[in-house]
Design a protein around this ligand. Structure first.
Ligand code: FES
Length: 139
């Protein structure tokens, strides 16, 4: 479960963002390794999300395939294909670019993954919730 950040900064990036939440320590995310998964509310619906490190950058998406809105990991936190180049859906094999979540091939068509805004600082990975994508647990 994500823990509340002590930061009070709340407005960065496009759109309305809420106060950032600390998701995990930066060192938890190994290059092209297992993702850190967490829960949130997507328009009020419980959904899992994940953050992983790809080409040095922390990237985060809803764990929700563009083909059928179902979880994609083949084991918990395992989203990358055998070559560790793409995010692959374990259900029907849709392939996504980890850099931006766009569909590369498969049954995702012109749709892609829903990206979450994350940032790393001081050895922590933070997520910036929005009005529509909110923490599962709020005080
Ligand atoms: S559910 Fe992901 S490709 Fe079909």
């Amino acid at each position: 479960m994500p823990e509340m950040s002590s930061s009070t900064s709340s407005q960065t990036g496009p759109g309305t963002t809420l106060a950032p939440l600390a998701l995990c320590a930066s060192e938890t995310l190994i290059e092209r390794g297992k993702a850190h998964t967490f829960e949130l509310l997507y328009f009020g619906e419980p959904v899992t999300a994940f953050v992983l490190r790809f080409d040095g950058r922390a990237v985060a998406y809803l764990n929700r395939c563009a083909h059928v809105p179902t979880e994609m990991d083949w084991q918990q936190g395992e989203f990358l294909d055998r070559d560790r180049r793409y995010i692959i859906c374990s259900i029907h094999g849709a392939v996504y670019d980890p850099q931006d979540g766009r569909c590369v091939t498969g049954m995702c068509g012109r749709h892609g993954l829903t990206a979450l805004q994350v940032e790393e600082r001081d050895g922590q990975v933070y997520w910036y919730p929005t009005r529509d994508i909110r923490p599962a647990f709020e005080d």
